[in-house]
Design a protein. Structure first.
Length: 414
């Protein structure tokens, strides 16, 4: 097991070579990685079972167990994800503009890799290959630090990816795994400014909060999704019901799943029973305010913490509001800035919602489950950025680059 400093030193050695790699070299290596994952399916599933067995013994929730579990279908999807990255345009070396200043200098802005990226994440081992592939295609070396609950899975995946790199012309240390999953080492990684150029946390609110508060390395926040759906008084019942059911139950353990339902008092008595009946098929627990409780057949009283919690489970907070103003105010107070939706037939209400809700993705009459790089047409993503500097929303390949200015002169002096 290598120390964090050793990983950093190896990363810096690999950084220059990977940054200069051609698109063809990177794509050939990614294709080798995809094939290697498929060939190692049985080995990866065997190692993943060690993690899932331990997780069950620890009493992990069903939704988190689902995020942890790998199957042959999921490994095939991971391999396909790498193949999809091959087909994406290489973001490195692009000159997005060129102009001539008063001195006659030709100035251009060119995209370059960020350098060495550290990624700290939790229970989803598929993140290991996704993140590695995206960083690799964008010319970035990556040091991965997964959670202890997925230790065997992550180790098997990285071992497989590195074995594929041995067959390529590019450095094997372009992809590394920090095998020490202790909190102390994670804290050290957050302050590894000498070797890391940026740190990206992927996981729940507590992980992201810990990284933001501890890190001295620049951080791009991703992932936490306290997501809201607001049903306006002009909403169509069938549309409202279908959107909230999809947003909550399609995959509750992901960051774009709805956690709070806000509904206008003018339609609450009619719409809430229909929505409750539809959600009952998934045994969704409803945590309701006093007005909503008086309408719902089965609910528990909501407490203050419910409005700010990302449940990642079959739990939905429900609140009856008196106006669009109250809905927007509630969202802006409790939202993590990920995704919010309004269901309405009122154009002016939809436009106000777009203008005044301050989140990375704001929907009118659609499920929040679409906040995803593939769904937006960007291809694979490293996560959903909920901050405003550098990148916001789905982070694909272009968001994993920086820029430098290239200047052409003919002997000019100032």
């Amino acid at each position: 097991m290598h120390t964090l400093i050793e990983l950093g030193q190896k990363a810096k050695l690999a950084e220059k070579q990977l940054a200069q790699a051609s698109t063809r070299e990177k794509n050939e290596a990614l294709a080798l990685m995809a094939d290697a994952l498929l060939e190692a399916t049985d080995f990866i599933i065997e190692e993943n079972k060690k993690d899932t067995d331990q997780a069950r013994q620890a009493g992990i929730s069903d939704s988190l167990l689902d995020r942890l579990t790998l199957s042959s279908e999921r490994i095939e999807a991971m391999a396909q994800g790498l193949k999809d990255i091959v087909s994406l345009p290489d973001p490195i070396g692009l000159v997005d503009s060129m102009w001539t200043n008063e001195a006659g200098l030709k100035i251009g802005r060119q995209s370059v890799p960020l350098g060495v990226i550290g990624i700290i994440y939790e229970a989803r081992p598929n993140v290991t290959s996704d993140a590695a592939g995206l960083c690799f295609k964008s010319g970035n070396v990556v040091i991965l630090r997964g959670g202890k609950e997925a230790f065997h899975s992550n180790k098997a995946i990285v071992q497989t990816l590195r074995s594929a790199l041995e067959k390529s012309r590019l450095p094997i240390d372009s992809i590394q795994l920090l095998e020490d999953t202790s909190r102390e080492t994670a804290a050290q990684m957050m302050q590894l400014n000498r070797y890391l150029d940026v740190l990206i946390p992927r996981g729940g609110a507590s992980l992201i909060k810990a990284v933001v508060e501890t890190a001295t390395v620049p951080v791009i926040e991703t992932g936490t999704g306290n997501v809201h759906v607001y049903i306006d008084q002009s909403a169509q019942l069938d549309m409202a019901r279908d959107i909230i059911v999809n947003a909550k139950t399609d995959r509750p353990s992901v960051c774009n799943a709805a956690e709070t339902l806000l509904i206008h008092e003018a339609v609450a008595e009619t719409y809430l029973p229909a929505i409750e009946k539809a959600l009952a098929s998934w045994n969704v627990e409803l945590r309701a305010d006093e007005k909503a409780q008086s309408i719902l057949a089965h609910s528990v009283p909501a407490v203050e913490a419910d409005w700010e919690t990302e449940f990642l489970d079959y739990i939905l907070a429900v609140k009856v509001v008196t106006s669009l103003d109250e809905a927007i105010s509630h969202i802006n107070q409790y939202s993590t800035g990920h995704s919010e939706a309004i269901v309405t037939s009122d154009y002016s209400a939809s436009q106000r919602f777009h203008r005044e809700v301050d989140s990375a993705a704001v929907y009118v009459n659609a499920s929040t489950r679409f906040t995803d790089g593939f769904e937006f047409g960007f291809g694979a993503e490293i996560g959903i950025s909920t901050q405003k500097l550098h990148a916001r929303g789905p982070m694909g390949l272009p968001e994993l680059t920086s820029s430098k200015y290239i200047v052409f002169g003919e002997g000019q002096i100032r």
